[in-house]
Design a protein around this ligand. Structure first.
Ligand code: ATP
Ligand code: CA
Ligand code: CA
Length: 403
């Protein structure tokens, strides 16, 4: 992948790409709005629609300041169905993605993908490789099955797949949910696989403002794991188990659990310590910052309790910002934001890339079993034994009994 700094992707300047993407998506959603609703059929997963966007415009496309390009929408009816299931209204989706500038995120991954996030923080657009996009298209019917059977799945929520074609390049764009809202400060952020091989964040990553840490960093920082109340622990493990079965059935490997940790106690101390600095960046400074801060702290504490009470009854497909309440070993209150990410790598591709798959699977003691089942098991065992632990039935009042 031919990427230079953050200004271009495949030699297409990032700003032009962003602008063209927004035109393409707006056009695609607009034309979809006129089409009647109906049940999805299996052919819907295979459809590709393509629209030309010459600079001077056409009857159905606006004139624009970028070079001529074409824009493809994959499986429009199927993704419309997914968006409805996830409770994303067409107007809101359009507004979030197209009405304001997208923000570019720095990507700690090695793949060279670019990530954009919508201004309101709800959606992430990731550039994916040709083989990843093709793989996703093939897996859509299975993804559909999983959504129906496991409505609280932690797999990524896919809202759309598009392709920009211009300057002789194809750039595929996958729209997903943003797991980590920028409006809530993440005191820790981990990308966890259950492997120990090269699973320390690099020095350059650690030097960042908000680094993404890895398994070995997690083990150092949370040697006793993170405590969940018993019902939440059970629910989350069950969801992950079911998700892993789906991933295994598609021979997918190298996915991660993305885990953001918001520490309410630290957040409160931070606010109290710096009256004028608004750590939650909720914006708008009040005349009396300390009162506002206290109110926010109270609101958060209330929310933390409420989350605990309703996690197990939370609406399926809920895309809201609700974190999962938890505690660390010190008893500090946490909100966890978590999901499984990067699920478009299949075992078959790994076999071709010997050095890559060695790094994924090499695990000293268990090198003999190189397959997606092994990956899924190791992933779940790590989460169950090291990442989260089972507290008492009620975290707020009950004594912690995490092992
Ligand atoms: P590689 O293949 O090298 O691991 P990648 O380019 O495929 O990298 P991902 O693994 O998908 O990228 O994601 C890289 C990082 O981007 C994650 O560790 C996380 O910090 C962030 N990220 C990815 N997906 C999301 C998401 N849905 N919400 C919030 N952050 C995300
Ligand atoms: Ca990854
Ligand atoms: Ca990847």
């Amino acid at each position: 992948i031919d990427r230079q700094g953050e200004v271009s992707y495949k030699r297409v300047p990032s700003n032009a790409l962003m602008g063209a993407i927004q035109l393409g998506i707006a056009n695609s959603l607009g034309s979809l709005a006129n089409r009647p609703h109906r049940d999805i059929l299996v052919q819907d997963f295979e459809v590709i629609e393509e629209v030309a966007f010459p600079t001077e415009g056409t009857q159905t496309t606006p004139s624009h300041k970028y070079e001529d390009f074409r824009f493809k929408t994959y499986a429009p009816i199927a993704f419309r169905y997914f968006r409805e299931l996830f409770n994303v209204k067409p107007d809101d989706f359009l507004k979030s993605l197209c009405a304001t500038q997208l923000k570019e995120l720095s990507n700690p991954g090695a793949s060279g993908s670019i990530f954009y996030v919508s201004n309101d923080d709800k959606f992430i657009i990731k550039t994916v490789q040709h083989k990843e996009a093709e793989f996703l298209r093939k897996m859509l019917p299975g993804y559909y099955l999983n959504l129906h059977q496991n409505p609280r799945t932690l797999l990524p929520k896919f809202f759309g797949l598009f392709c920009y074609q211009g300057r002789g390049k194809n750039i595929r764009l996958l729209v997903m949910n943003n797991l980590l809202p920028c409006s809530i400060k993440m005191h820790d952020k981990f990308d966890l696989k259950g492997s120990t091989y090269k699973r320390f964040a690099s020095r350059s990553e650690r030097a960042k403002n908000n680094p993404t840490l890895k398994d070995l960093d997690f083990n150092e920082e949370y040697p006793n794991g993170i405590i969940l109340d018993a019902p939440t622990f059970d629910t989350i493990l069950d969801i992950i188990h079911r998700d892993c079965m789906v991933l295994e059935s598609f021979k997918i490997m190298d996915y991660s659990l993305l885990l953001g940790v918001h520490n309410l106690d630290i957040a409160e101390a931070e606010q109290a310590g710096s009256g004028d600095e608004d750590v939650d960046s909720i914006g708008g400074s009040s005349q009396n910052p300390s009162i506002a801060a206290t109110e926010r702290a109270l609101a958060r504490a209330e929310a933390w309790k409420a989350y605990q009470l309703d996690f197990n009854t939370r609406a399926p497909y809920d895309c809201s910002e609700g974190g999962v309440p938890a505690k660390n070993a010190k008893g500090e209150r946490l909100l966890l934001f978590l999901g499984i990410i990067d699920i478009l790598q299949s075992y078959r591709l790994f076999k071709k890339l010997e050095h890559t798959w060695k790094s994924v699977l090499h695990d000293g003691d268990s090198i003999s079993v190189h397959n997606p089942g092994f990956y899924a098991n190791r992933f779940q065992t790590y989460i169950r034994e090291k990442v989260i632990c089972r507290g008492s039935a009620e975290l707020i009042h009950g004594k912690q009994s995490g092992k």
